[in-house]
Design a protein around this ligand. Sequence first.
Ligand SMILES: [Mn+2]
Length: 397
Amino acid sequence: MLATGVVETVTETIEVLPSPLGDDPALVAGIVASVILLILLAVAIFWRSYRLPGRRFARTVGRNGDVGILMHPNPDPDAMSCALAAATVAESRDTNASIYYPGQIRHHENRALETLLESEFEIEVSFEQIDAADDITEDAVVLVDHNEARSFPNAEMIDPIAVVDHHPGDGTGQSFTDVRDEYGACATIFAEYIEELDWRVADPDEELEDREILQPGIATALVYGILSDTNKLTSGVTGAEFEAMRFLSPGIDEDILDRIANPDMDAESLEIKARAITGRTVKSSFAISDVGKVSNLDAIPQAADELRQLEGISAVVVMGERDGTIRLAGRSSDDRVHMGKVLSAVADDIPMAEAGGHARMGGGTISIEHMEGLGPSDGMTRDEMKVRLFEAMGGDI
Ligand SMILES: [Mn+2]
């Protein structure tokens, strides 16, 4: 109705003017209708770009004052790269951003990412560790790579303004929520945001002046986030990950990517891998290895990854101890063995033990005192635990 009214008014106006188009009312109406269509199209294009998630995210972080960007406990490369990307977007909107995490930055790949970003790209990486919610000084909090703050005192008090994640869950942000649980990595979502903001990815050798250019260090970090969350693009990967890799590819510094993915390993980690392999007990295609005392707990899951690669082995559990606690790490590439269930079934018999995980990966901690009989159980020896683990992997528990 409105459009027709406008057409009539414009047509009347045109009719009283001397018209170079002549007196053909059909021609004039046609031209007017085309102009209106073009205007509507322009509005639609503008509205669509205004609504793009990347634009909405940038507006949300840009209008709430300083923001605190929170990673999940023991952040991995996906979380770290997303936090850096989120901070860059915030800074492009003149908003200060600080990055926080509970727990520790563990695993040598994660520490290598942090170190190399600082030393090679001169990116100021300040990831601040928090012990409780009030360590975050900003009122506006953004969660990346998880959708509910957890694992620190008063985590439940955190009411984020924005949530960007790829894990299933019900957490939402006050103004912005983008949870895509079909995606392989949260870094994929941030790569899309950067593209939707019409930023370009800089070449590693380029001098950066315009701030709406993604620095190669952050592009390389996002690439590594995607690679590590999808096991080098082999699991849980969607077309969106490949599209993000294409977009980020100009910024990849291959040498640095290699140094992040394959950092020098400390002697103890290598030694424990060796112990896990030489000390293994194998039954059918399952292996268990007790590596004894360790000072670096990360070495246990790393040894489990290594042992799983042995030819003919489809599921493994590596155990080691530190400070009176046994740490278990399990890996399975065997569809018959749900590793999280195997570990939790065995830990169920020991008071205070905690274990669980996914089908292909699981972990647990067991207090040695309780394993030896403290509390309401009769206790079990380490050899008995191995027997129970083999039974559980074989489906007998
Ligand atoms: Mn992730």
